[in-house]
Design a protein around this ligand. Structure first.
Ligand code: FDA
Length: 514
């Protein structure tokens, strides 16, 4: 409409005024009239569920090259009543980094992605627009004995990933990505640039697991690198129902969380077809931080039922194991990790759960039954073993509270080809909701815990039309953060009392009236 066109004009005017010394401002601002607007918008957009013609689009996309561009974007958005969506890797499951119902701008950090690795001190400064693939590559380029414990998929952005937790193949040994952050630079709602010392320990605590989007724009992180051995071992052992999969999965729940912390064995469960007959395949997918000679006796002692043999195992470097977990062909150059184009771009919906007691065999069989029911899409359940370092860190150390007492983290995923067919999409979404409902008796309760980085708007949202109450926000807030939700509200009230940084699942200030 005319009023939004006006806002948008004034906004652009404001931007050029605020960055008067920057001749390049026009190069970093994209409006719908620009030929490259849609390619900018879609480049870092992982879930096509949110790229239909019906999805609300930003009035402006800004791709800053420096902190002053970010400051200008914040100041002008505030002045002209625009919402801000900050995007790093664009992997948000519900598209919150690039969709809003209100007139909004996207601050897309794709040009802020430098990485400086300091081998001597085992640290690195990383700009928020970098992907974890780029981080892994830059570390390995400098040292074969350093790594970082973050997620598996290389195109995930560090802006969202680190600020929401971030776990992968080394989390039983070293915890989450967010557990290994030692400093950060943030632009707050006043447009101030704050490092750890200036933002203070409360804000620094909040952005390591509480989600960055509620508190400001993270410009960069300083991380602590971790030691990795020159040789690691990987394996993937597949077992279907005729090969005892149900009993093995059941047994896995008792042993995998107790393995020594160098050993990570996750489970990928899905329906496959063998000779035209459907079965469930359980893939035991593993990274061991050591050589095969040590791994085999370990597995024979703790999980002999799986029958792991030397031929199942491959020794490699840690960076090669990153490629292996993403199913790149062996011999692929690690440079592929610098490619920001997502490996798959199917529409999806996902949900998460945490398990405290082993799911009994009949409970698993009910899950198989539901996996069989989803015929059109591609349904996957991934179970990651807890224990190790995850049990040693206290629940309040950072906002991510899911620590001791859990045996696994489950992710349910359904992917499908987007054909703009709303009924089809709804069918897949309904399927995953039914599976989630079926799982209720087997997973954590009061609250039913959820992982922020597997964002799920089904578990509750703020009222984005008017006001949100503390009570309403605490419905989803306690699922993600348990008791840490209260401290997040306290920090929000201090750093952004007018609730400038808001979305359907942002932390509200305590006297919230938006
Ligand atoms: P995106 O840019 O979409 O941002 C996500 C949220 O963070 C949004 O609310 C956004 O506004 C905010 N944000 C982003 N940058 C910010 C910044 N600089 N300052 C402030 N706020 C910012 N997780 C995991 O733990 N382990 C894993 O192995 C994987 N694997 C995986 C694979 C695939 C294919 C997907 C799509 C996702 C994952 N994830 C994951 C989940 C992932 O951790 C989660 O989606 C992250 O939030 C993605 O971060 P991005 O920066 O890419 O997202």
């Amino acid at each position: 409409g005319t009023s939004s066109a006006l806002t948008h004009e004034n906004f652009l005017h404001c931007l050029s005024y605020h960055s008067s010394n920057t001749s390049s401002i026009s190069e970093i601002v994209y409006t719908p009239n620009d030929p490259s607007y849609f390619s900018r918008l879609n480049f870092s957009l992982q879930n096509p569920r949110f790229s239909s013609p019906f999805t609300p689009k930003p009035l402006v996309i800004i791709t800053p090259f420096n902190a002053s561009h970010v400051q200008a974007a914040i100041n002008c958005s505030k002045k002209h009543g625009m919402q801000v969506r900050v995007r790093s890797g664009g992997h948000d499951y519900e598209g919150l980094s690039y969709v809003s119902e209100f007139p909004f701008v996207i601050i897309d950090l794709i040009n802020l992605r430098s990485i400086n690795v300091d081998v001597e001190n085992s640290t690195a400064w990383i700009e928020a627009g970098a992907t974890i693939g780029e981080v892994y590559y830059r570390i390995a380029e400098k040292s074969g004995n350093l790594g970082f414990p973050a997620g598996i998929c290389p195109t995930v952005g560090v802006g969202g990933h680190f600020s929401g937790g971030g776990y992968g193949t080394m989390f039983r040994k070293y915890g989450l990505a967010a557990d290994n952050i030692v400093d950060a630079v943030l632009v707050d709602a006043e447009g101030r640039i704050l490092d750890r010392k200036l933002m203070g320990e409360d804000v620094f605590w909040a952005i390591r697991g509480g989600g960055g989007a509620s508190f400001g724009v993270v410009l960069s992180w300083k991380i602590r690198l971790v030691p990795v051995p020159s040789t690691v071992t990987v394996f993937t052992v597949n077992r279907n129902l005729t090969q005892n999969a149900t009993k093995l999965v059941h047994r896995w729940q008792y042993v995998a969380e107790k393995f020594e912390e160098d050993l990570f064995v996750r489970l990928v469960l899905q329906t496959i077809s063998i000779d035209g007959k459907k079965t469930i395949q359980a893939s035991f997918n593993s990274l061991f931080l050591g050589g095969v000679d040590k791994l085999i006796p370990l597995m024979q002692k703790s999980f002999p039922e799986l029958g792991l043999v030397r031929e199942d195992c491959i020794e490699m470097s840690w960076i090669e194991s990153v490629l292996y977990f993403n199913e790149f062909p062996s011999g692929q150059s690690p440079e592929v990790l610098l490619d920001r184009v997502p490996l798959t771009r199917l529409s999806f919906k996902a949900k998460s759960d945490f398990v405290k007691e082993p799911i009994p065999e009949n409970g698993l069989e009910g899950m198989w039954k539901r996996l069989y029911e989803e015929e059109v899409g591609r349904a996957i359940v991934i179970m990651s073993p807890y224990g190790g370092k995850m049990s040693e860190i206290t629940e309040s150390e950072i906002p991510f509270p899911h620590r001791a007492g859990y045996i696994s983290l489950i992710q349910y995923l359904i992917y499908w080809e987007e054909e703009g067919n709303v009924t089809q999409s709804q069918m897949h979404i309904n399927w995953i909701r039914r599976l989630y409902s079926y799982m209720t008796p087997y997973v954590s309760k009061n609250p039913r815990a959820a992982y922020l980085n597997y964002r799920d708007l089904d578990i509750g949202t703020n009222n984005n039309k008017g006001t949100t109450s503390y009570a309403r926000a605490s419905i989803w807030g306690t699922k993600y953060f348990k008791n840490n939700f209260n401290r997040l509200v306290h920090v929000k009230t201090m750093v952004d009392p007018t609730n400038f940084f808001k979305n359907q699942q942002s932390i509200p200030p305590s006297s919230s009236t938006w």
